[in-house]
Design a protein around this ligand. Structure first.
Ligand code: UDX
Length: 437
């Protein structure tokens, strides 16, 4: 089977590579010539464990090709996946211009039956617009070629994307015809050996499933952050609460970690977009608005704690930061709490020294050299008045606290991910603060 995947971002590149790994012939398409040129030279646009090796292996085997020309491969493929971006437009709704552009190109150039599958996260009703767009183009050409549209939202997590794609919990597919269902079944059959389920449903439900999943997870996080903040006031420990409630099967252990807020390319954008959809539909979702508000505030919590420690006097203080990426195992800084914190620190007149194992180039690209990029965790804390832990990278878990203590001007550690032991930190002589404990 041959397929094309348009968009070589996280979702597109990972999906294309994993399909190729299972024997499908894949064309990965992107309008960004530089990106395609790089991929053809083995240079990855993103950092994702295991990706580079898998891309190169499948390229060598001839199953994976990179091109800027969708029209060229349209005649060869049976299925086109659209995995292009849906950035929030000015009012927070998902901007569909790239999604519809793919539909237009398909409608303008297709010569035989095609199934166009949307993998991008798109609001309910988008598949209908995609169908209309293709039909309009076919009408202009005076052609009556059969086609189908489908929705196949992606649930992969950055940093675990390959594993998530190769052995997912489930595959959600919204289809409108048996032919489309049969094609999607064929395509995903190799993955079925890993014992997961393909859940077929109608297209609007598939589109909604993705938003509901991300909104539910974001809700858990904001709920736990709210509980954590209350724990601090009433003298409880949110870690104990997490263990205490997570053992209830109905609640489960995962995604109950309080911290300095969720970031990334999905949760913030999808929560916003769902709020918009709800508002437009005349059913404002109060829960989601609260989820977003709590998260926005939580992103400044480390700064507020720091302010409190110094009685509001932050001018001229040197602050060390460990972790810039929105979470470990990625260089992604989209909506990262670090950006909010750094902005506040700089406005307050602080001198910021940051270290991240992989995201420092990304940070330079985003905010330039307005902060000092440290050589390692120890260089970051030299003469620092405080250390803020923002991302829980493994290499931050067991530093030599004796060395850190010696290097810092003032032994204050504020841990935004609750990864250190309170007693141990005190034994090392630190003033230690964390979230909800
Ligand atoms: C998420 C979804 O998990 C994935 O299914 C979807 O396809 C895309 O969005 P991702 O953004 O890669 O994936 O990261 P994830 O690991 O889910 O973490 C999101 C954010 O939530 C991070 O900022 C993380 O630090 C935060 N988080 C996560 C918490 O604060 N507490 C938790 O308990 C879990």
């Amino acid at each position: 089977m041959k397929i094309a995947i348009v968009g070589t971002g996280y979702v597109g590149l990972v999906s294309g590579t994993c399909f190729a790994e299972m024997g499908t012939e894949v064309f990965c398409v992107d309008v960004d010539t530089k990106k395609i040129e790089n991929l053809n030279n083995g240079i990855m646009p993103i950092y994702e464990p295991g990706l580079e090796e898998m891309v190169n292996r499948n390229k060598k085997a001839g199953r994976l090709q990179f091109t800027t020309d969708l029209t060229e491969c349209l005649n060869e493929v049976e299925v086109v996946f659209s995995a292009v971006g849906t950035p929030p437009d000015e009012d927070g709704s998902a901007d569909l211009k790239y999604v519809l552009e793919v539909a237009r190109t398909v409608g303008r150039n297709m010569t035989k039956y095609l199934l166009l599958v949307t993998k991008s996260t798109v609001p309910v009703g988008t598949a209908k617009k995609v169908r209309q767009t293709i039909q309009e183009e076919l009408d202009k050409r005076g052609l009556d070629i059969p086609f189908d549209v489908a929705s196949n939202p992606e649930f992969l997590k950055e940093g675990a994307a390959i594993k998530d794609f190769m052995s997912p919990d489930r595959i959600v597919v919204g289809v409108e015809s048996e032919r489309a269902q049969e094609l999607m079944t064929r395509l995903y059959r190799p993955f079925l050996l890993n014992n997961f389920r393909v859940i077929f449903m109608d297209v609007p439900s598939a589109e909604m499933t993705k938003y509901a999943a991300n909104a539910m997870l974001a809700t858990r996080i904001s709920f736990m952050n709210d509980i954590a903040n209350l724990c601090e006031i009433v003298g409880a420990d949110v870690n104990m609460i997490r263990k205490g409630i997570g053992t209830d099967d109905r609640i489960g252990h995962r995604f109950l970690y309080a911290g300095c807020g969720y970031g990334g390319s999905c949760f913030p954008k999808d929560v916003k977009a769902l709020i918009k959809t709800a508002n437009k539909s005349g059913y404002p979702m109060r829960i989601l608005q609260a989820v977003e508000d709590v998260n926005d505030e939580q992103k400044s919590i480390l700064f507020r704690k720091l302010e409190k420690q110094f009685g509001g006097q932050l001018q001229g203080r040197r602050i060390a930061i460990w972790g810039l990426a929105f979470k470990p195992e990625t260089d992604d800084m989209r909506e990262a709490p670090s950006l909010v914190i750094i902005d506040k620190l700089l406005k307050a007149g602080c001198d910021v020294r940051a270290y991240d194992p992989v995201a420092m180039d990304e940070s330079r690209r985003r905010i330039g050299d307005i902060i000092y990029y440290a050589k390692d965790i120890y260089d970051a804390v030299v003469d620092a008045d405080a250390l803020l832990l923002i991302t829980e990278w493994k290499e931050f878990r067991m530093p030599s606290w004796t060395a850190v203590h010696k290097l810092m001007a003032n032994p204050l550690v504020i841990d935004g991910r609750n990864i250190y032991d309170i007693k141990e930190m005190e034994e090392y002589g630190f003033e230690y603060h964390c979230i909800g404990r």
